[in-house]
Unconditional design. Structure first.
Length: 57
C-alpha cells in the first residue's frame, strides 16, 4: 500500500519548514495533492476498491 497523502504532506512540511518559500511550496503541494485526490475519487468510483492495483505496472 502506498504512503497516505497526509504522510507525504507531513514529510514535505518537515523538509521544507525552514525555507522562506515553504508557504508557497505547501500551497502548491496542497493543490497537487487535492487534484490527485479528485482523480483517485473518480478512478475509485469507476473501478471500486481496486484503485491501487494498477500502480507501478
Amino acid at each position: 500500500m502506498p504512503p497516505s497523502l497526509a504522510d507525504i504532506l507531513n514529510s514535505f512540511r518537515i523538509q521544507r519548514g525552514k525555507h522562506p518559500h515553504s508557504l508557497q511550496l505547501k500551497v502548491k503541494i496542497s493543490l497537487e495533492i487535492h487534484m490527485e485526490i479528485k482523480v483517485k475519487e473518480k478512478v475509485s468510483s469507476v473501478h471500486g476498491e481496486g484503485k491501487y492495483e494498477c500502480k507501478g505496472k
